[in-house]
Design a protein around this ligand. Sequence first.
Ligand code: BGC
Length: 470
Amino acid sequence: MLHNSDARFRIEGASAAQQQAVDALAQQFLVSDERLAAIVKEFRRRMEVGLAADCTMLKMVLSHVVWRPTGRETGSYFAIDLGGTNLRVLRVTLDGAGGATTEHQKFVLTEDAKRRTLFDFVAQCVETFLDDRSLRPAASAPPLSIGFTFSYPIDQTSINSGTLLYWTKGLDVPGCVGRDVVRLLEDALLRVGLRARVAGVASDTVSTLLAAAYADPAAQMGVIFGTGTNAAYYEDVAAIAKWKGPDPPSREMAVSIEWGAFDSDELAILPYTPHDIKLDRKSLNPRRQVYEKMISGMYLGEVARNVVLWLADQRLLLDGRSSDVLNAMWSVDTSYLSAAALDDSPDLSEIREIIEKTLNVPMSTLVDRRIFKAIAILVGERAARLSTVGLVATLTKRPALLDRPLTVAMDGSMYEHYPGFDRIMTETVSRFIPARQFANIRFSLAKDGSGIGAAVLAMLATQHSAAAAQ
Ligand code: BGC
């Protein structure tokens, strides 16, 4: 990496001490290709370990999804998409030509839901959705069939059951770890008088993959770079030593890598800075999800806040000033970094607004704002480059697939909104995959794929259980 000659990190008007500090940050945050290659190698090794046995760093969750949609299926399905920030309830109508229309309602997860009442909150939202549209089934009707996207790690025991391994993304609801999340949901729905049967439960990555596959037979991976991060891909069952069930006719199964946990507990290979370690130590899940903490939207603002305070404490930024807001954990939202990285105005007025109004620090100089922008770029660029570790390791896992067109379905706020994330990620992946094969890869935004994918899952599970019963 050429940080010394990289104009973005040469701060016009900075004192020698300030420039030295920014150089040191660039040194820490810019990860070389060589380092990335070494991390990819270790990631691949961990994937193999996870496919061979349970309870490893990369869980390689077997989704029991052994089908692909054809795109010709039709019907309306209910779906619940529980993410890290929002809950969406949907009715999805598959049109039989790879397209879908949705009726949906979005609810922001309340703090109480995140700490205490999650499944009751979900049930109440489902009730609101149905009642607002007069869709509540009569008491004598068969139970409502639902596809459930659950964006937290489960040990999946069947297409419609799985026990929660641990919470991620700031959730901490007691009484759930080790329990079947489908039962928890069905029971909560019963408490509001709704008889429902979850036809299928899946990670948001598997749902994103299924939504893309409904429209595009070349879809092989579903990836989320949002509040959290993870990916799923279709694996050859012959490569899944821990799979003890019968070989499916398709010989493939979607596997959710749970890659946010890469390097957890060991903290041995990722390029941690003291700012990451500080975040990790103070988080709800220390030493867990450490890869996610360097990449995903939930954490990047906090990494940047630690950097800002580190500079301020040395009087190299904001003349040592801070504020109650800036001193509070999580007060720097990752969206402020996106806005800062994008600010090209001569006096960096957007950044002034963020520092002086949003973060309530009374005054900033232009040099302060230039440094703030450099921090936003560094934290975002590192995230984009590290995100390629999982992508490259997974894409090269089944190299033969790269000899024909292959779609990677992507979703999440970082991918969609962080300036440069998409470009840097794609460019970095291209350095690790031969050009002939790279040309076959299409990264495509699968907007809200996790909602539509839950409906595709409900459709597939219902279809195949009906076929099995015949
Ligand atoms: C969760 C995954 C999820 C990812 C993206 C992570 O925190 O552990 O299950 O797929 O976030 O939402």
